[in-house]
Design a binder for this molecule. Structure first.
Ligand code: CTP
Length: 135
């Protein structure tokens, strides 16, 4: 049986921290599935709409060589359902979520990776909005 790894995220304004997380996640198994959060979910979760739409963000993620399948994460409350539906053996997340998904360790292995330092979508947006002036 191929080992399936699942990860969730917004992946807006794609950057190297996203790439490294997906690479590390893919190395944990044979098949990487990515739940890309819906536009509406981001508005409620982060208080702003993503720069790129969910269709655009999914198109970018699906084009990556280490990604095998992509779906829209419509609700934060459906994580268990998504894990079961996609046959996840491993849930991999950045350590900004450390401990927050341990409740799923009854159905899959839960792994947290250290975030890549000094880069985030929020910081990229703020950097550009400030005219490219470093903080
Ligand atoms: N991630 C990472 N290293 C970074 C930024 C993100 O490993 N420097 C990981 C997150 O931990 C998550 C995935 O990439 O598992 C998607 O993160 P996302 O929230 O979409 O990106 P951020 O850059 O954190 O976005 P924001 O600034 O809007 O919170």
């Amino acid at each position: 049986m191929p080992k399936t790894v699942l990860t969730f995220g917004t992946y807006d304004v794609f950057h190297v921290g996203h790439l490294r997380l997906l690479r590390r996640a893919a190395e944990l198994g044979d098949r990487l599935v990515v739940g890309v959060s819906a536009d509406a979910l981001n508005v409620s979760k982060k208080g702003r709409a993503p720069v790129f739409t969910q269709d655009e963000r999914m198109e970018i993620i699906a084009a990556l060589e280490m990604v095998d399948d992509v779906f829209v994460e419509e609700s934060l409350d459906l994580k268990r359902d998504y894990l079961v539906e996609h046959g996840a053996d491993v849930l991999a997340m950045g350590d900004d979520w450390e401990g927050r998904f341990d409740e799923f360790s009854d159905i899959c292995e839960v792994v947290y990776f250290p975030r890549t330092p000094s880069v985030s979508t929020t910081e990229v947006i703020e950097h550009i909005a400030s005219g490219g002036v470093s903080p």
